[in-house]
Ligand binder design. Structure first.
Ligand code: FES
Ligand code: FES
Length: 406
């Protein structure tokens, strides 16, 4: 549990919450602001949209702890907002809602359109609204409502709305003013905001995943993070020599293949298949090594040609000599996905999958060290059975759900 403190609709709220609780649940369950609706909980439908520091954010895919110290505005917080006053009247006039489930998110997005795109035409409004789904209205009334507010403001500018537009254009955010502002001391964003997205069960001797697995240079706020590791029954010097040999390293990574290699740089491909997710990322990576500390960072970026999703990430590994013949490799993966595959990036199953990949990678490294290549035999890529991997991860999770360990 972590203490999360936000300014919500002008009031300071502070509650303990699980590190993996998303902002939508935090607002509804902890702050009791149930006007924020949750639909898909995958970042697709837009029903959960709220403002964070004046910008629309999907609260179902934002960790509450990552918003610590920020200003959040929910549908309950727009009473005095000049744009929302106009939008409310326009939604009523144009019959822009039926069941109302999508409406809080639809209004938050509409407000952003009105502030950010004063000259938007109908097709632009439709594009901007395309991240908010409504299963009742057919969108006609919603689009008409937004268009009418834009037209009214063009015909007769409103100083209060212009002030919000100026603030937004200057990057100061356009959170609505609250009628009775409550003094709010600034907060330093917590260092836990990203680290909280990871759980660290891989090393029982190191349940916090700190020693060795928290290398210097850890970057906060860049995506999801997973810590793991494995042990290899070889001296640290031997393991290090292997772990900085890029073709050898890649041959142990399930699904990876190298197209070209020059010094510390490689180009290649990583194919992933896990349940409904299949992708083949083509990209490039670079290895930065610190031989004295036996620590390296493998920085890569790539794009999936099918979904056009982009991935980038750092794999940091640090060796720890447990004995003259035993070495632990602590691995930290920091990654972000953009595009259609982003919805999978934080799911628990995917994190389990990545940990399993790290464990398989460790097994492959051990096997390769036992039978070193270089005696005229080409390196053979480690085999990978995605179906078996999927079902093994799923089964482990089912066992955990039913309390049988895993
Ligand atoms: S509930 Fe957040 S986008 Fe659907
Ligand atoms: S009004 Fe029912 S989902 Fe939009």
């Amino acid at each position: 549990m972590v203490q999360v403190t936000l300014e919500v609709n002008g009031k300071r709220v502070s509650y303990e919450a699980p590190a993996r609780m998303h902002l939508g649940d935090f607002l509804r369950d902890q702050a009791r602001l149930t006007g924020t609706h949750l639909g898909c909980e995958h970042g697709v439908c837009g029903a959960c949209t709220v403002l964070v520091d004046g910008a629309p954010v999907r609260s179902c895919i934002s960790f509450a702890v990552a918003c610590d110290g920020r200003q959040v505005t929910t549908i309950e917080g727009y009473d005095a907002d000049p744009v929302m006053q106009r939008l409310r009247a326009a939604f009523t006039k144009h019959h822009a809602l039926q069941c109302g489930y999508c409406t809080p998110g639809m209004l938050a997005t509409s407000r952003d359109i009105v502030l950010r795109l004063p000259q938007a035409d109908e097709s632009r409004v439709r594009v901007e609204l395309s991240g908010n789904l409504c299963r009742c209205t057919g969108y006609m009334g919603i689009v008409a409502a937004v268009m009418s507010v834009l037209a009214d403001l063009r015909a007769q500018p409103d100083a209060a709305v212009e002030a919000l537009r100026t603030a937004q254009a200057q990057g100061r955010g356009a959170a609505p003013a609250v009628e009775k502002p409550v003094a709010f001391a600034g907060f330093t964003p917590t260092a836990a905001s990203v680290a909280a997205s990871a759980t660290t069960p891989a090393n029982p001797a190191n349940p916090a995943g700190t020693a060795g697995a928290a290398p210097a240079g850890k970057k906060e706020g860049r995506g999801s993070q997973i810590d793991g590791g494995f042990q290899v029954p070889f001296p640290a010097a031997d393991v290090w020599a292997f772990m900085v040999d890029l073709p050898a390293l890649a041959s142990c990574l399930p699904g990876a293949s190298i197209e070209s290699h020059e010094g510390d740089r490689v180009k290649g491909r990583v194919a992933i298949k896990f349940g409904p997710m299949a992708a083949a990322f083509n990209g490039a990576a670079r290895l930065e090594r610190d031989d004295a500390a036996m620590r390296a960072v493998f920085r890569g970026a790539g794009q999936d040609s099918l979904s056009q999703s982009r991935a980038n990430g750092d794999i940091t590994y640090q060796l720890e000599a447990l004995s003259p013949t035993e070495t632990r490799v602590n691995v930290n993966l920091l990654y972000s996905l953009q595009g259609p595959l982003a919805q999978f990036s934080r799911s628990g199953l995917v994190q389990d999958f990545v940990r399993r990949m790290i464990a398989d990678f460790g097994n492959n490294v051990t096997a390769r060290l036992r039978q070193p290549a270089g005696q005229g035999e080409p390196l053979v890529q480690a085999s990978f059975n995605p179906t078996a991997m999927f079902f093994s991860v799923l089964w482990a999770r089912i066992k955990r759900w039913f309390g049988r360990g895993g």
